[in-house]
Design a binder for this molecule. Structure first.
Ligand code: MRU
Length: 363
């Protein structure tokens, strides 16, 4: 049986390869890099409170589909770890934590996937000693993180086959180390090709309204030394129609078996405009982002506060007092715009439904 110290050892090895990990375990606490403060400040926050962790996910101090799944898994392990030493109390507090964390954000399926995986583990371990339940839950949470990082590194290698020397690529939102267990999905693919010596140029969109592209992707690209020029979301059409970019790669919060891609608001614009102008549109995401159960009608799109649109990051009002605003955090890209979906198990392309099913080992 694997123990938490084995996973912690593997995590330390992987950390070397991925430059930055935005959320991690530290001796009964969850620690995260508060990405709302990037690029101004690198502030790490630590807590042993599930409510504080849930607040961090809600306020996007921890964000990005894989990262919030990992944070929730670590939060459940934390609730168990800090419980009194009796099986009933451990199970009760870990299930309560699962419930609190499941109410933080509705769209990214990785959150629910990770919580379900932890709940299954709670059931499996319930007859063991208290020490084994606590360590078993921590081991599972760390496994979720380690598998995510290893998957990202594999996805990078797999996706690299689709990128060519000289490519110029639009990306949207932030899909790098800051959004995952470490390294990244779409940005991970770009990093891998760049590290292998391909000359790549990137156009990250600023990603209104919360500027994950301008603040986070630009910060990561700069650290990596990848050449790029930041664009506003409204420049995407200009960039493709003037042939400044020949490809787009984005991440995903939920991918349906039909090939519909739910991702940061504005992704549909990038996809349709790349398609209209003959550029390839790729999605990179771990298989934990594929939702084999839901229909499109069942996907809940998160609506966030109107202030996020009427102000710049809550600091400067840009619309007259009392103006109402729409603020859906995600949109849906239909499969006809998606050239390929890159995962850690391989690439889904052509008939997306058939190839996604294959990647999930479904009939
Ligand atoms: O609201 P956010 O910042 O959590 O949205 C994140 C995205 O839409 C990302 O593109 C997606 O989660 C993929 S992250 C690897």
């Amino acid at each position: 049986m694997q123990r938490s110290h084995d996973l912690l050892k593997r995590f330390e090895e992987l950390k070397e390869k991925v430059d930055i990990v935005p959320v991690f375990w530290n001796d009964g606490k969850v620690v995260w890099l508060n990405v709302t403060q990037i690029p101004w400040k690198e502030e790490y926050v630590e807590t042993d409170s599930v409510d504080r962790l849930a607040e961090a996910i809600r306020r996007l101090e921890i964000r990005g589909a894989p990262a919030i799944g990992i944070a929730a898994a670590l939060g459940i392990a934390m609730a168990a770890y800090n419980s009194p030493n009796n099986a009933e109390a451990i199970i009760k507090s870990s299930l309560e934590a699962a419930n609190v964390l499941s109410k933080t954000r509705p769209t990214a399926v990785n959150l629910f996937w990770a919580i379900e995986r932890m709940k299954k583990k709670i059931e499996e371990l319930s007859n063991l000693s208290t020490e084994d339940i606590k360590d078993g839950l921590l081991t599972e949470a760390l496994k979720i993180q380690v598998e995510d990082i290893e998957g990202n590194l594999r996805m990078g290698e797999i996706g690299d086959a689709l990128l060519e020397d000289g490519d110029s690529i639009v990306t949207h939102c932030n899909t790098g180390s800051l959004a995952t267990g470490g390294y990244g999905t779409a940005l991970g693919v770009i990093k891998t090709s760049w590290r292998k010596g391909k000359r790549i140029f990137v156009y990250p969109t600023e990603t209104r309204p919360l500027l994950q592209g301008a603040r986070l992707t630009a910060w990561e690209l700069k650290r990596e030394g990848i050449p790029f020029k930041l664009i506003t979301d409204s420049m995407v059409g200009y960039v493709f129609s003037n042939k400044l970019a020949n490809k787009a790669i984005v991440g995903a919060d939920r991918i349906l078996l039909s090939g519909h891609v739910v991702n940061k608001i504005g992704t549909y614009t990038v996809a349709s405009l790349s398609y209209l102008n003959g550029a390839q549109f790729y999605v990179a995401a771990p298989t934990s982002t594929i939702d084999a159960k839901s229909t499109l009608a069942e996907v809940k799109i998160e609506n966030r506060s109107e202030d996020e649109v009427t102000t710049v990051l809550g600091k400067l009002r840009i619309a007259p007092e009392g103006v109402r605003a729409l603020n859906p955090a995600f949109d849906v890209t239909p499969p006809q715009y998606v050239k390929a979906i890159i995962t850690e198990r391989g690439i889904a392309t052509e008939n997306l439904e058939t190839s996604l099913k294959k990647l999930l080992y479904l009939k």
